[in-house]
Ligand binder design. Structure first.
Ligand SMILES: Nc1ncnc2c1ncn2[C@@H]1O[C@H](COP(=O)(O)OP(=O)(O)O)[C@@H](O)[C@H]1O
Ligand SMILES: [Mg+2]
Length: 223
């Protein structure tokens, strides 16, 4: 379970504290796919980074399967993120000098990983439809293919929680639909908790649970 209780986030600015989120609560279970929509600047990325333990809240709590990542020391926090959380950003963030296979393997280099990581990476690359592009560098991929590689990289540690920030924001409509199908398909297979920040109503409607972020608060609008 992902539990978020009374989360508040303020940024310190030269003009004093800026409250971006106030009293945000939600709970999601394995198998849930949730979309978060809201105007630009409403705090969608900020919320996603707190769910992913990249940014600490000012007050309130985030727990994943009962664990509060912000109570961990920096080393344990890094391990927690590496093992439990997969990120997909609007920009693919692939390493330009590395092949698809090497990029997908990057998260496995950071921590001691048991099992056949290369085998798992190859399987994921096949599942995202890039088997015949496995040796390509990012520059030799289309935008949709890069995002597919980024999805495989996000899933290689078999995370419980998959967080996507505008994952189809840079793609044309058809490519965006394909990438969304892939994300949702892998989510169902792996029974993860999937949270997608998106401006796309088409993508949001494919998620059973939907939230709207406005005026610093989060409102559940479906599911
Ligand atoms: N590190 C920061 N310091 C100060 N203000 C920030 C910081 N990061 C984001 N903000 C502000 O917080 C608000 C929400 O930002 P963000 O979460 O990126 O919104 P969204 O993803 O919905 O567009 C914006 O007004 C932004 O300017
Ligand atoms: Mg954002």
């Amino acid at each position: 379970m992902l539990l978020v209780c009374h989360l508040t986030k303020q940024y310190a600015t030269p003009r004093g504290p800026l409250t971006v989120l106030a009293d945000v609560s939600l709970s999601l279970a394995p198998g849930d796919a949730a979309a978060i929509m809201g105007p630009s600047g409403s705090g969608k990325s900020t919320l996603l980074y707190m769910l992913g333990a990249l940014e600490p809240p000012t007050s309130g709590q985030v727990t994943l399967d009962g664990k509060n990542p912000f109570a961990l020391d920096p080393r344990a926090l890094a391990a927690f993120r590496n093992e439990q959380i997969g990120f997909v950003f609007q920009d693919h963030c692939l390493l330009p000098q590395c092949s698809v296979l090497e990029n997908v393997l990057v998260p496995t280099l950071i921590a001691k990983s048991g099992g056949d990581q290369v085998g798992l990476a190859r399987t994921l690359i096949e599942q995202v439809g890039l088997a015949d592009r496995i040796d390509h560098r990012p520059a030799a991929l289309s935008g949709g293919e890069r995002q597919r590689a980024a999805i495989a990289r996000a899933l290689v540690r078999q995370p419980r929680l998959v967080l996507c920030d505008e994952p189809t924001g840079n793609l044309d409509r058809d490519t965006a639909d394909n990438v969304a199908s892939l994300l949702l398909d892998l989510h169902r297979r792996q029974n993860t908790i999937l949270v997608i920040v998106t401006h796309s109503a088409q993508l949001a409607e494919r998620c059973a649970t939907r939230f709207q972020l406005a005026d610093r608060g989060l409102r559940r609008v479906a599911g």
